[in-house]
Design a protein around this ligand. Structure first.
Ligand code: NAP
Length: 253
């Protein structure tokens, strides 16, 4: 399939990593459908894309959202060749203070929503003998860190989904991979800085340095670096079932 004709669905396309992936793929000729809850953020991103795009405001945790998003994309562009399951959220709490609501939210948005998207994407991809699924997981898919047990469990879970789906689909022309970034310079990380400052009273600069130094390279990952890794997965038919670390060497596996 020529890259120019591909139709890509990016969840969480309104800001951060999703917006950068949309920009990168639109510049390579993809028609891009963007979804997230904030319609205004989607419109802002879509207005900057060089190619055709579609905005589908939706909350991925609502029961009929995934079907509605895929139906809208298929109505506009005919199919979904590439799924970038990027939408996600983070929260922090000691494990004994993690509530049932926290736990359910993390699993719903970071694990069940990517699962439902993948489940909906696969039949059409199989029929056409071609598909690319890239899930934006996290370094927390491979390594436990303090105070993020629910997030870590959801990201370990989604890497398991990726590995199993890749094994199952290996002979279909569909690849399934995860990108596992360290701390990326996005609004999510900005929110984490704000949370730590307000919870601990620590100096903001020191907290920023803490997040930068999670990466042995001593700096945050850029959204463009993550988008480059997504492009690599799209271009690499023999790369499947992988959790690719983009984390300055934090996790060596
Ligand atoms: P971000 O800046 O907070 O963007 C998250 C995107 O997901 C937004 O477009 C948000 O839009 C959307 N989203 C969140 N909840 C949603 C829901 N219920 N339904 C639909 N869309 C929803 O985050 P980011 O840093 O770009 O992170 C993107 C992905 O990378 C996430 O899966 C995250 O876990 C992962 N990741 C991030 C980092 C990091 O350091 N930033 C590191 C490793 C992995 P709305 O709020 O408008 O819905």
């Amino acid at each position: 399939m020529s890259r120019e004709s591909q139709v890509t669905l990016v969840t969480g396309g309104g800001r951060g990593i999703g917006a950068a992936v949309a920009a990168r793929l639109s510049a390579s000729g993809h028609r891009v459908a963007l979804t997230a809850r904030s319609a205004d953020e989607l419109e802002t991103v879509a207005a900057t894309l060089p190619g055709e795009s579609l905005c589908i405001p939706a909350d991925l945790t609502e029961p009929d959202a995934v079907d509605r998003i895929f139906a809208a994309t298929e109505d506009a562009f005919g199919r979904v060749d590439v799924l970038v399951a990027n939408a996600g959220a983070a929260m922090s709490a000691p494990v004994h203070k993690t509530t049932d609501e926290d736990w359910a939210w993390m699993l719903e948005v970071n694990l069940s929503a990517p699962f439902r998207c993948l489940r909906r994407a696969v039949p059409g991809m199989k029929e056409r003998g071609y598909g690319r699924v890239v899930v934006i997981a996290s370094a927390a898919a491979k390594r436990g860190e303090p105070l993020i047990a629910a997030y870590t469990a959801s990201k370990h879970g989604v890497l398991g989904l990726v590995r199993s789906a890749a094994a199952e689909l290996a002979q279909t022309g569909i690849t399934v991979n995860a990108i596992c970034p360290g701390y990326v310079d996005t609004p999510m990380t900005e929110g984490s800085v704000t949370n730590v400052v307000s919870r601990t009273g620590r100096n903001e600069q020191a907290v920023r340095e803490f997040f930068a130094n999670y990466q042995p390279t001593g700096r945050l990952i850029t959204v463009e670096e993550v988008a480059t890794a997504v492009q690599f997965c799209l271009d690499s038919p023999s790369v499947t079932g992988q959790g690719i670390e983009i984390d300055g060497g934090a996790v060596q596996s």
